[in-house]
Design a protein around this ligand. Structure first.
Ligand SMILES: CC(C)(COP(=O)(O)OP(=O)(O)OC[C@H]1O[C@@H](n2cnc3c(N)ncnc32)[C@H](O)[C@@H]1OP(=O)(O)O)[C@@H](O)C(=O)NCCC(=O)NCCS
Length: 141
């Protein structure tokens, strides 16, 4: 397995993976627009297959995680944790805080973030189009 930066060439494969297992992910247009506007990402690849990825954006002294996804067959093997660790290493020189939003029913993701040191700081009521609340979580670097 290797890790590479998110690029336009990988967007189709990422969208395909999302469509197969995570309806909340950004669509192709959003990802391409994002890349044009500073969206960053790390992608885990093995033999041309995308195993997982994380996307995030950087501001002056904080960063925001947009999405993290691991292909179902590769879950519970520590890959999401590795992706989080990698962006933290890249960010820690200039970034003080990382924020993210997560569906309040998404226990695997909430557990992941808690195990990585994120803490819930607030709730965004009816944040998602189906009316579900989002938990806002933060980690200080
Ligand atoms: C959430 C997700 C990225 C986790 O990926 P993963 O590679 O399986 O996670 P890891 O193996 O690194 O797990 C790290 C820790 O997270 C927690 N965790 C991960 N999956 C979990 C699950 N299904 N149930 C409970 N805790 C879970 C555990 O604490 C785990 O540590 P452990 O395995 O030692 O118990 C993956 O389930 C996924 O892609 N889900 C769909 C996309 C999604 O919901 N993204 C979040 C958007 S906000």
């Amino acid at each position: 397995m290797t890790f590479t930066s998110l690029s336009v060439e990988l967007v189709d494969c990422i969208v395909q993976l999302q469509n197969s297992c995570f309806p909340d992910g950004w669509d192709k247009k959003m990802l391409l627009d994002g890349l044009n506007n500073g969206l960053l990402g790390i992608v885990a690849i093995d033999n041309d297959e995308i195993l997982g990825f994380i996307t995030y954006s950087k501001n002056i002294d904080f960063a925001e995680i947009n999405d993290i996804l691991v292909a179902p067959a590769f879950r519970r093997q520590g890959l999401a944790k590795q992706l989080l660790n990698r962006i933290e290493l890249l960010l820690k020189e200039k970034t003080q805080k990382i924020f993210l939003e997560v569906r309040e029913s998404n226990f695997p993701a909430i557990n992941l973030y808690k195990s990585a040191g994120f803490k819930q700081i607030s709730v965004r009521k009816k944040y998602y189009s189906d009316g579900e609340n989002a938990l806002v979580m933060q980690k200080e670097l």
